[in-house]
Ligand binder design. Structure first.
Ligand code: 5GP
Ligand code: ZN
Length: 132
């Protein structure tokens, strides 16, 4: 789809460090990683969000299998990794071509605690700013 950065990467019109590809998906390193290992698993066909995927579409399970393979490839399948999909703006989605994140390489529990504390602090500041 024109104007979609992930379609550009899939079609080879934009650079990305690919780590896996097959007939259905392409996986490449995130340009702004939040952890030492941050890979995006992206279906070749343009589907904007998880909400647009027909019910029972097998691509989701394939994305899961590929994520597991990538985790094995990086040697973190046993130690652990995060696997998530952001849906729409409220869910943190920025690129509207369905993709799953595979994130690891840092103590994720510690990371989640810090991120949660950061969010609480930001919310407190915002509330104080609105109702001083
Ligand atoms: P979202 O927030 O939509 O779930 O995640 C989009 C992700 O795509 C972000 O983590 C962002 O860093 C990554 N990203 C955006 N543009 C590019 C790009 O051109 N190349 C690569 N490799 N990653 C990108
Ligand atoms: Zn696309």
């Amino acid at each position: 789809m024109s104007g979609c950065v992930f379609c550009e990467i899939i079609e080879g019109r934009r650079d990305a460090e690919k780590v896996y590809e097959d007939d259905l998906v392409v996986a490449f390193k995130d340009a702004n990683p939040i952890a030492p290992i941050h890979v995006l698993v992206v279906p070749r066909r343009h589907v904007p969000t998880l909400n647009d995927l027909p019910e029972g579409d097998p691509i989701l399970s394939h994305i899961g299998s590929v994520a597991r393979k990538i985790a094995e490839q990086y040697g973190v399948a046993e130690s652990g990794y995060r696997f998530f999909i952001n849906v729409n703006r409220g869910g943190g989605q920025v690129v509207f071509h369905l993709h799953a994140h595979v994130v690891a390489g840092r103590n994720m529990a510690q990371y989640l605690i810090r991120a949660t504390i950061g969010m609480i602090v930001a919310w407190k500041r915002l509330v104080k700013w609105i109702w001083p």
